[in-house]
Each structure stands twice: as C-alpha cells, then as structure tokens.
Design a binder for this molecule. Sequence first.
Ligand code: ADP
Length: 491
Amino acid sequence: MRVVNSMPILVWSAEPNGMVDFLSENWLAYTGMNAKAALGAGWIAVIHPDDIAPSLKRWKDLMSTGTAQSAEVEVRFRRSDGQYRWFLVRACALRDQSGAIRSWYGTNIDIHDRKLVEDEIRRSEASLGAAQRIGNVGSFSWSRQQEAFQCSEEFYRILDLELGTPVTLQRILDRVHPDGRFRVMSLRDKPITTTDEHENRLIMADGSEKVVLVKISRTDSADGTFEYHGAIADITARRRGEDALAQARADLAAVARAASMGEMAAAIAHEVSQPLLGIMANAELSIRKLSRKPTPISEATQAIGRIIRDANRASEIVRRLRDLYSDREPTHEAFDLNEALIEVLELSRFDLEQEGITVDRKLSSQMGQTAGDRVQIQQVVLNLLRNAIESIASNPGSRRSISIHTYKGEDRISLTLEDSGAGFQPEQSRKLFDSFFTTKPNGMGMGLSVSRSIIEAHQGILWARNNDRGGATFGFDLPAVARPKTSRPSS
Ligand code: ADP
C-alpha cells in the first residue's frame, strides 16, 4: 500500500458494480476530498461538469460489456485549489477463474501540460491551415527515403486530391501538365542544391487547368540525407487577371494604332498637298514651254527640276510620317534633340500656317546629345505641338504663338513648349496625364499618357503648368549623353 501511495499517479479501485472502494492518498491529497465523501460515487463531484456525462457513459459501457480488459479516457479532475487538470484515466478489470469481474483497478495520470501543448499545436496548425486557405498556398515536405509526401490540407485542395490519401510522386505527376512533368521528375533524379522556384500547370480531374508557383528549398542532415520543404501557390486567378490586362493593353495599342493610321492619313494629305500642287504647276509649265517653238529648253529643264525636287520632298514627307507612326521596335541611339525637334516642326508646318501660328524657337547651341528612341521622342514633341495648336485654335482672339526652348543643364537636357492657348483648369492638372482624360469632343485622351510613359522610359520627367499670361507650358527633361557635341544653333 505504501508503494501505491507513493507512486506519482493517482490510484483507485472499484467494485464490479462501479462503486469506488479505494482511493490512494495522493488522489485524496490532489482533490482535497476526504475518503468518506469520495468513495462510492462521491468522486464524481470533482470531475469537470463537461466531462461527467461522457466519462460516466464510458464507465457504464465498460461495466455492461465487460469485454475490454482495459479502457482509457481523458477527464478533467478538480484540484484542491479549484483548478481543473487533465488526466488520462485507465481502468482495468481483475477477473476470477470463471472470468467474472472481481474488481476494477485504475490509474489517473496527469497529462495536463502535454494536453496544453497538443492544443497549442492544434490551434497553430488550424491557423496555419486558415492562412494557407486564405493565401491559396499549400506546403509539403519530401525526402527520397519516403514514399509519400507530407502535405498540408491546402496542398490537397490545390491538387484536388482526396484528403488523407497518401500523396506519392506518381499522384502528383498525374496532375501536372505533360509539358511540366520533367520539373517534378528532376527533383528526384537531379536534386536541387539549395532552392528552386518555377511555375507549372496542373490539369484537374475535370480537365480544367490551374497555374501554380512552386518554391522548394533543400535541408541537408548530418547523415548525408536531405529533405525538401516547399510551398505551392495557386496563381490561376492572378494569371487570368494578368492575361486580361495584357489583352486590354494589346486592344488599346490596336486602337491607338488605328487612330494613328487615321492621323497619318490626314497628315500625309496635309503635308504632300503643297508639293503636289507645285508638281502640277511645274508640269503644266513644262508642257507649255515644250510646246513652244523654238523650245526654251533651259526653262523647261528648270521646271522639270522643280518637279523632281517637289516629288522628292513629297516622298520624304511620306517616309518620315511613316517612321513616326509605324509600329516598330524601340531603338536606343544617341541623337540631337534640336535636330529631331526641327523635323517635327517641318512636319507640322502646314497645320501651323493654316492656324496662323508663329513659332519662336530658342534652341541651345550647347545641346549635346541624348540617348534613346529618337522617333518616340519625336512622337512626344509632335503630340505636345498638336495639343498646343489645338488649344490656340480653340481660343480665338489669343496671340497665336508658340515658344519652344531647349536647354542644356549639367547632365540633363530639356525642352519646353509654351503656347498662348486656353490653358487648362488647375484642378485638372493631375488628370491631364491619365489615360482617356480628354476635354476635346473627338479626343482620345491617350497622347499625354503615352508621352509621359515614353519620357519616363527614357529616365525623364514630363510636366505641365499654366502660364501667368495665359496658355500652358509643357516640358520634359532627359539625361544628356556624357560626350558633348555642338549642335545646330538656334535659328
Ligand atoms: P487628347 O488630345 O486626345 O485630348 P491628350 O492626352 O494629348 O489627349 O490631352 C489630354 C487633355 O489634356 C486634353 O484633352 C486637354 O484638356 C489637356 N491639354 C493637353 N495639352 C494642352 C494644352 N497645350 N493646353 C491646354 N490643355 C491641354
């Protein structure tokens, strides 16, 4: 009995009918009950109210069936200070030779601390599971010594596998798109050294496709073996969004191209009309001269020379406009911003003349070069110039002038274009560069947004402000190329 009382577990025994007839001293010390009150069925008073019904049911089942040699149940017992602690209760039947139960013996082992740790693990697993569900990320680990992968619930969900079934390499391969199977196989055949990240496609049982991002890292053990730990993220929705965005961009580019085609046709019509008129006039003059007797050969030759000059000019205009509007690969080369600007002014000469707008240009003679896509920068200048012309045209009675300046700073060059148009509403200054922002009845609202992207892609800044004396100024700066080169001076 001394042994029983000094064991670090609580010991008890009961009659075949379940009435407790012995409780060890440490049982009584733990609960603070006296033996008289606890024996029989009095011990029920120290069981946690939530555990009474299930534990009594177990106890009764055990006695009525009497089949089990021993049984286990987890129950909370109240300590003398009022705190409930978890115990593992084991009961075992002592039988006589005929097999009839003579008495029950039981032990209660304190498992409270272990249980708390288990609960904590369960809770953190549950919150990890929730985080994985929310983030659409599953986790797994695998070593080559193991047949099956250790996988989180979310891993099963992403691969659409039945929860709890062993996840073998073959079952994973069955889900992976044939084009991506080698990536999975190579994990086994050619182990990664540290980490690996790749995208793969999965084919679900119903034929639908998923895109997943897989990240794996390798952990080596002292015994030379290693284990993979990985995460798999379902990025199907994100990828669909990106595809839709790419499609929208392509559509937008197509719209912009179609619009530029229209603009190009209009510009060609404008620009070549003058040389064509010249060609017509000189052709008629040549016919007149050639039909005269005696034929004034040198005058006829001069008129034909002018025809050739105008025809060349027309074809040059068409070539430049085609360059400006064509859907070409961006280039990167050093170029002179002044020269690029002068070409744009020449292309817009007809529009400027038609609107009666004079251009005042002050171009830095120390300009040097900038690097980038010359034609794209010309598109920006052309767009700023068109906007300035349209703003002046919509503002009758204004001075009808545009000033263009270029400057050379220490390592930047810049261009400003000041017009005498209507200016913009101060509250619109932030929106001007937004796609589709336009105040024009037939505007597209793409010019400034595309211009800003072009300038930013060249490490520059495009800005706008209203002038004190009316109209707006738009400007940009670009990095200067280190090697200076004297450019064409201002005219
Ligand atoms: P769009 O010319 O098709 O409207 P933009 O992106 O080139 O597209 O211009 C957007 C808007 O910015 C114009 O509709 C206009 O309201 C304003 N804007 C652009 N340039 C000027 C300017 N020089 N003066 C006043 N407002 C301007």
